[in-house]
Design a protein around this ligand. Structure first.
Ligand code: NI
Length: 227
């Protein structure tokens, strides 16, 4: 499931984040620092050094926003979220086709299985040309270029790329989530069901039937949860 999550950040948070990123100076490093053997040859961008002060502080703002976001919780069913990373594509930079690595090592030595990939757009789309995120899934190719502050989540198993930026600068945050529910099809069913239940709850329709549906949701979730 590809899902657009609008306005994860409010305009004030977004403006503060862009200013901090623009002033991060030496913290910007070659993006190949976190690429594996598959990604490194096709990755041409810059990245905020993992664990640097701005990366940690800005990452915490994003993590706090995710915790409060019902659409993100319902769609992704997060177990653990990788500390957000930040990248910058100036004119001529690109990231060719790749699949994200299946397992990421956390700084404390724990491992995180990447079920869901997330890209949070931080630059106004009018401020740069190119830089579309292209994601291939069973239904074809999807082109994604969102408003600043909006996020896309998609299965980490999908082939994706960032088209070359031809004008301006594209800033984004990207990270991965280990979901409570590993299978994308199962997550999609649960998300659709939760969305329908929320709508029914707003109507005060048949109370007993709604209770049964909520029970079905939780019993499916219980069956499909892996930790
Ligand atoms: Ni990727």
């Amino acid at each position: 499931m590809l899902l657009h999550i609008p306005q994860l950040l409010n305009p004030e948070q977004l403006a503060a984040m862009v200013t901090r990123l623009s002033n991060a100076g030496d913290a910007w490093v070659d993006g190949r620092a976190t690429a594996g053997y598959q990604g490194a040859p096709v990755k041409h961008n810059q990245q905020l050094a993992e664990g640097s002060a701005p990366a940690r502080e800005l990452g915490d703002t994003i993590l706090a926003a995710l915790e409060r976001h019902p659409l993100f919780i319902s769609a992704v069913l997060p177990n653990r979220v990788y500390p957000p990373l930040f990248n910058r594509y100036a004119a001529g930079m690109t990231f060719g086709n790749h699949v994200d690595g299946a397992v990421r090592l956390l700084r404390n030595g724990d491992k995180l299985r990447t079920d869901v990939s997330a890209t949070l757009f931080l630059s106004n789309p009018d401020d740069y040309d190119g830089g579309e995120l292209k994601i291939e899934d069973n239904y074809g190719m999807h082109q994604v270029k969102l408003a600043a502050g909006d996020m896309i989540v998609y299965p980490a198993s999908s082939v994706h790329r960032v088209e070359p930026v031809t004008r301006g600068t594209r800033l984004a945050s990207f990270f991965w989530i280990q979901s409570l529910v590993r299978d994308d099809n199962h997550r999609t069913i649960l998300f659709d069901m939760d969305t329908a239940i929320q709508r029914l709850n707003a109507t005060q329709a048949d109370d007993a039937a709604r209770r049964t549906l909520v029970g079905c949701y939780h019993n499916l979730l219980r069956n499909w949860t892996v930790t």
